[in-house]
Design a protein around this ligand. Sequence first.
Ligand code: SF4
Length: 156
Amino acid sequence: MLRLASYDIVFQEIPDEVTLALNLSGCPNRCTGCHSPHLQEDTGKALNEKVLENLLEKYGNAVTCICFMGGDGFPEEVLKLAQFIRRRGEIFFALKTAWYSGKPELYKDAELYFDYIKTGKYMKELGGLNVPTTNQRLYKIENKTMINITNKFYKQ
Ligand code: SF4
């Protein structure tokens, strides 16, 4: 079951967006040097359409993007909730959708429901998204075309 450990409004995870980041627990990736080990536990309350709708009503006007941080243990549920946000587009039409996955590749059809997807495990020796040696990638998706925008994170 997809569980919401916490959430926050953030400004750097998705370039040029104000993002409601949903921190999902139950992460199966076991990255060496994991920066959020508490997210490997099954903590938090179940994240479903009702909980998401409440969050959208509360914060939808304050952000431009909703980002699922994790959820690799339950990818089908993440995809369903992204579809839910898209279906609610008549109300929250301006909201983009994003997914920070730790998997090396996109899940099937994920490009249909997200505007941004981050892929790749965190590997301490290669560094995070802010260094050019990273194995991680952030893609912007436009018309089902994936555009690698990882270099937007590199420190100037
Ligand atoms: S993807 Fe890796 S770094 Fe992120 S919570 Fe899971 S194990 Fe930790």
